[in-house]
Design a protein around this ligand. Structure first.
Ligand code: LLP
Length: 416
């Protein structure tokens, strides 16, 4: 069920009217449907029901404490990429022993803390990192569970900025070199080899790259067995795409089924790191039209949200749907660029959209639950916006709108 639907001519989040949300909490604000998050979680979890598995939600997609808490209550694990994300997960009630730690640049302090709290696994991205983890584990008298993140050299056929599994990317260890690095890991006294990991990119809308990568990983796993190294889990990363516009990504069920078939009946625990597919379509950015502006060339709708609030259109030319919250029944359709108040030509949220608009209208930028607020900034000294969660008929503020004083709270002038 789509949790954002029109009822009596007004867009709702579950049973909550978004005009009321805008009045109560102000604009711009992110609005998340708790039911939508729960639905996506169950879809994923049910698709893997017949296999031992651990779903580690990729915290970077949306790291709001309230969202992490919803997922923790459902039994989720978490994929983290920083010490900050680790503390967020713990703060939100997540379990340390269900955390995988990804990322190419883990610091000494981050590794030590992750060992102390006892995470499920480090996804190791280089030999140098492996040696560092071994050394720190030795210093504090622990053994570190590790998998190697391998780079299978597969083209994910997605935007180049979010493609990670090709030879020229900074991620992972070349799959052809992995047997050597596993052999080295096996000699290290404070390392426990527990698995293998691979993540080839984000917003994948076809299944073939996933299958290609999985087949290469399984070949590696078989080879390792001959080498006397037996793994407990296989981590297929995240990356399953969602529908923003006319994309037709594989269903969660088809995706899970395809990967299970590649693994066959082998006794491995399957680990996944989905981010976008859990939260993207569970959130919208609610914004108000400040002005309509017509130039000889174009019609602009200038809104109160901007690229600092949602950077995906500016950064990746990403397309996100724009829905009027209370559409006019009459009026003239125009083709608008939906732009923010920031002083950059790249400050657009959408281009060439046919809409009937008036100043003061409310718009919902759809599919904004993933990589929306999480990538927002204070550029142009704009306070980060409020975040609201809806559940049935109720709504709660889960992050206050920043106040101006928050923006310079850590700064000082140098009176000289
Ligand atoms: N695991 C690892 C190691 C990752 O690097 C990522 C995403 C994920 C899991 C989750 O991928 P997902 O299921 O969400 O596709 N800011 C970009 C997306 C960057 C993705 C980075 N890594 C965007 O807005 O499209």
């Amino acid at each position: 069920m789509d949790c954002f639907q029109y009822k009596n001519g007004v867009l709702h989040a579950e049973d909550v009217n978004l005009v009321d949300i805008a009045q109560q909490y102000g604009t711009p604000c992110y609005v998340y449907s708790r039911t939508a998050i729960e639905q996506q979680w169950h879809l994923f979890n049910n698709a893997l029901a017949n296999y031992p598995h651990l779903i580690c939600y990729a915290v970077k997609a949306n790291s709001s404490l309230a969202i992490l808490n919803v997922l923790a209550q459902l039994g989720a694990g978490f994929d983290i990429v920083s010490g900050g994300e680790l503390e967020r997960v713990l703060q939100a009630g997540g379990q340390a022993n269900k955390i995988v730690f990804s990322g190419v640049g883990k610091t000494v302090a981050e590794i030590r803390r992750a060992l102390e709290v006892g995470i499920f696994c480090f996804n190791v991205e280089s030999e140098a990192e492996l040696l560092r983890i071994n050394e720190i584990a030795g210093q504090i008298g622990k053994r570190a569970p590790i998998s190697l993140r391998v780079n299978p050299d597969v083209d994910a056929q997605t935007h180049p900025y979010i493609s990670t599994g090709m030879k020229q990317n900074k991620f992972g260890i070349d799959i052809t070199l992995a047997p050597q690095v596993y052999a080295m890991a096996a000699q290290l006294p404070h390392i426990d080899i527990t698995g293998v990991d691979c993540h080839i990119g984000s917003q994948l809308t076809t299944i073939t790259p996933f299958i290609d990568a999985a087949q290469r990983v399984m070949q590696l796993v078989e080879g390792l067995k001959q080498q006397g190294i037996t793994l407990k889990h296989i981590d297929f990363g995240g990356g399953l795409g969602v529908q923003y516009n006319a994309e037709t990504p594989p269903s969660v069920a088809d995706y899970a089924q395809a990967l299970q078939s590649v693994v066959g009946n082998s006794p491995y625990q399957l680990v996944f790191e989905p981010g976008r597919v859990i939260v993207a379509n569970a959130g919208v950015l609610v914004t108000k039209v400040e002005y309509l502006k017509q130039t000889p060339d174009k019609h602009f709708a200038i809104i109160d949200a901007a690229m600092n609030d949602l950077i995906r259109p500016a950064l990746y030319s990403a397309w996100q749907a724009v829905s009027p919250i209370a559409p006019h029944q009459q009026g003239t359709l125009q083709t608008y660029d939906i732009v923010g108040p920031i002083c950059e030509t790249g400050d657009f949220l959408a281009k060439d959209r046919e809409l009937i608009l008036q100043a003061g209208d409310l718009l919902a930028i759809r599919s904004a639950g993933a990589y929306g607020f999480a990538m927002s900034s204070n550029y142009n000294t704009r306070p980060r916006v409020a975040e609201i969660m809806v559940y049935g008929r109720e709504s709660r503020i889960i992050r206050q709108r920043e106040m101006l004083a928050d923006l310079w709270a850590l700064e000082s002038v140098w009176a000289y």
